[in-house]
Design a protein around this ligand. Structure first.
Ligand code: NDP
Length: 283
């Protein structure tokens, strides 16, 4: 990188791949809005995280994203946390504010923004499959947005109970755990059904969420967090039952839109970002 590099820098501490959809998506926003910014992907190993954060500080980066395995480990290297990152206990976006590095979490906010295009979760009853890092982010934002009940369906009791306790202790929602040991039957009063597991994620394309599709009613909104492939069995089954179904690309694009707002203070257009992601994924 040249010493006289003029563009503002943001980036991600991640793992490399042939063409990174997030990099392509962020750069598409910069091109579309003629913004003099660059988004750079840097491969960072766990034992290099402290040095990488110090490097971003030293180079005056405006911020950066983090992917697994850095989302929790980064916290000790930051100067503070935003509200939902603090509740979730994980950071996917770091923002430089007044020369302090503040950890935020835009995964759940991105999901919420995509969901709100079809339904307002306020006073709604939600069933969510999964209790991992992304599920924590999604559930906390749904609870803060006023979802009245969140049923967490998860295979491991420990992770599921940890999330349910967090929701009940720190948010107004009524959260319950359903340990996932058999085919799940959706309660008739369910409004929103969400998959935030990795079941169906590439390369396990044939894997299916173990629930009774017959209990899915056409008034329910269904949302999948999986981006690759976007048209999972979960999404397609929902459509075939007459439900409104959202794929994971809306969450991906909107978490990027929110991160860009934090860094650049600009409201960028999500459309060219989604188009570029679809190109990279060959859709
Ligand atoms: P984690 O590894 O933290 O969590 C995985 C979750 O899936 C856990 O609840 C785990 O259950 C569950 N799970 C995995 N395999 C099975 C199985 N065979 N049977 C039952 N449960 C299973 O992953 P993340 O939370 O980071 O990611 C979850 C999903 O969200 C992924 O598909 C990821 O691609 C997607 N995602 C999408 C984003 C977007 O922008 N669209 C952003 C971030 C994530 P258990 O606790 O029992 O192990």
């Amino acid at each position: 990188m040249a010493a006289n590099f003029k563009a503002e820098l943001v980036g991600s501490f991640s793992t490399p791949c042939a063409e990174n959809p997030t990099v392509a998506m962020m750069e598409a926003a910069f091109v579309h809005h003629a913004m003099d910014w660059r988004y750079i992907n840097a491969e960072v190993q766990p034992d290099g995280l402290a040095a990488a954060v110090a490097g971003a500080r030293a180079m005056g980066w405006r911020g950066f994203n983090l992917s697994i395995p850095h989302k929790v480990a980064v916290i000790e290297h930051l100067d503070g946390l935003g509200e939902s990152a603090s509740l979730i206990g994980a950071v996917n976006t770091v923002v430089r504010r007044d020369n302090k590095l503040v950890g935020e979490n835009t995964d759940g906010k991105g999901f919420l923004k995509a969901l709100q295009t079809v339904v307002d979760p306020q006073n709604k009853s939600v069933v969510m499959f999964g209790a991992g890092g992304a599920a924590r982010a999604v559930a906390v934002e749904l609870a803060l947005a006023g979802a009245s009940r969140i049923t967490v369906v998860n295979r491991s009791v420990e992770r599921g109970q940890g999330l349910v306790d967090l929701l009940n202790d720190k948010t107004p929602t009524d959260a319950r755990l359903q340990v996932w040991q058999a085919t799940f039957e959706l309660p008739a009063e369910t409004d929103i059904v969400i998959n935030v597991t990795s079941i169906g994620l590439y390369p396990d394309l044939d894997a299916r969420i173990d629930y009774n599709v017959e209990t899915l009613k056409s008034n329910m909104v269904v949302a999948d967090a999986i981006t690759n492939p976007p048209r999972t069995h979960f999404v397609r089954d929902a459509e075939s039952r007459g439900c409104r179904a959202l794929d994971g690309l809306g969450m991906l694009v909107n978490q990027g839109v929110i991160a860009l707002k934090y860094w650049t203070d600009r409201d960028v257009d999500p459309e060219p970002m989604r188009t570029r992601v679809e190109q990279v994924l060959g859709l």
